[in-house]
Design a binder for this molecule. Structure first.
Ligand code: 2HA
Ligand code: ZN
Length: 272
């Protein structure tokens, strides 16, 4: 008898993280999605991996991930509801041999599909795995102050990153590579997936203006920590603007000193 998958550490992490994100107000309604790469060993402890419940077609080719397992949030599902009904709102999937389907092994019990942002998730996983073999998680949400900042701030990667770095001393240490920025695009498409993944070659955080943010990381703490640090900086920026604007800030030399003290390399060309 295999163990109960609801008790699996990866399911518990998905449940607790979606609940946290909902309470932070970054995943209203069906906003946001998470995909978490699992090993066959992890999954086999809880599921018979030869039992495919459903084959679900995809709009793009993910053959680079064939045979890989993920736990994902469902398309149109509310983060608010994951804790109470994980078997409906989450799914465990495997990428089929042809790269054009995923095989559902558990969950999405009402006939649901994996997240509508699966192209951006899978293409980003492919790019991050090339750079970091330990990479496992892609998270998307609608972090409030990051979205707000995309209406009022210059959208160049350099300018946006510099402001975030200046708003909290921690930022340059947490994301020394900065943040990637897309133009506004239609979500859920192959095109935004390709564009997001291209940015993921250089950045673990990618902003979709007037929509939200994508983060990548090797575990839930890393990816959540990245997004909440950037969002905190954006929140401080909101308050600073409301208080009348910047009078003084962390200088470029101070940012360099910080990077040196913490042994990180800031994005080339972003500091004077
Ligand atoms: O599905 O966040 O970008 C909800 C979304 C789409
Ligand atoms: Zn979204």
């Amino acid at each position: 008898m295999s163990k109960n998958i609801i008790e699996a550490p990866f399911t518990q992490e998905m449940m607790k993280t979606t609940a946290n994100l909902y309470r932070l107000g970054w995943d209203e309604r069906n906003g946001g999605n998470i995909s978490y790469l699992l090993t066959e060993e992890e999954v086999s402890e809880y599921l018979d991996t030869s039992k495919v419940i459903r084959e679900i077609p995809m709009i793009f080719d993910a053959s680079e991930l064939k045979g890989r397992y993920f736990i994902v949030t469902g398309s149109g599902k509310y983060f608010k509801n994951v804790m109470d009904e994980p078997e409906v709102n989450l799914g465990v999937i495997r990428v089929a041999e042809d790269g054009r389907h995923v095989e559902l092994l558990w969950g999405l019990e009402d006939g649901g599909r994996p997240t509508s942002e699966l192209p951006a998730h899978f293409m980003s996983h492919i790019e991050r795995l090339k750079i970091d073999p330990e990479h496992r998680i892609i998270m998307h949400n609608h972090a409030t102050n990051i979205i707000a900042m995309t209406f009022t701030h210059d959208l160049s990667e350099k300018a946006f990153t510099r402001t975030l770095w200046q708003m909290c001393t921690e930022c340059i240490v947490v994301f020394p590579e900065g943040v990637g920025m897309l133009p506004w695009m239609v979500p859920g498409t192959d095109e935004i997936g390709t564009a997001t993944a291209a940015k993921m070659k250089e950045y673990r955080l990618v902003i979709w203006p007037h929509h939200g943010i994508f983060g990548a990381g090797k575990d839930m703490d890393e990816v959540f920590g990245l997004i909440e640090t950037a969002e905190k900086a954006a929140e401080v920026y909101t308050l600073v603007q409301a208080q009348g604007g910047i009078k003084q800030t962390i200088t470029d030399q101070e940012l360099r000193d910080l990077a040196a003290a913490f042994g990180v390399t800031p994005h080339e060309g972003f500091l004077a």
